[in-house]
Design a protein around this ligand. Structure first.
Ligand SMILES: [Zn+2]
Ligand SMILES: [Zn+2]
Length: 125
């Protein structure tokens, strides 16, 4: 599956960030899957940059490199799992407060949370 990275916050298709205004996971305002880049709904300020042709990712690249380097470590797995727990907590709190999401949004969330446990699962095997 092709994924794209937001030039504003560095979120991706598989790791969407939380859109506080819409109270659901972010979606793409613009996305170019061929370039692997986009601007998500949390980063409307970066739309003008995108339109001016500035498609550099604002988040330090180092952060991503560290992640790649440590990907097999237990520390990474635990960090990922913690993120998964946060996603689930947010989902639970939001549903409690506002009621159900659409089926699609719920599945997006649960899918994201589930993926956060992949690394831990590899360690458990
Ligand atoms: Zn973003
Ligand atoms: Zn986002």
């Amino acid at each position: 599956m092709a994924t794209a990275t937001c030039i504003g916050c560095g979120c991706t298709d598989t790791r969407a960030c939380w859109d506080e205004t819409a109270d659901q996971p972010c979606h793409w305002l613009v996305v170019d899957y061929r370039a692997g880049l986009g601007v998500c709904s949390v980063c409307p300020d970066d739309l003008s940059r995108w339109e001016n042709g500035d498609r550099t990712i604002a988040v330090p690249v180092e952060q991503f490199m560290n992640e790649t380097v440590n990907e097999g470590s237990l520390e990474f797995a635990l960090e990922e799992a913690t993120e998964g727990i946060e996603i689930l907590d947010q989902l639970i709190a939001s549903i409690r407060q506002h009621g159900n999401y659409s089926k699609e949004a719920t599945l997006t969330f649960l899918g994201q949370a589930r993926q956060c446990f992949n690394a831990l699962q590899r360690h458990a095997e």
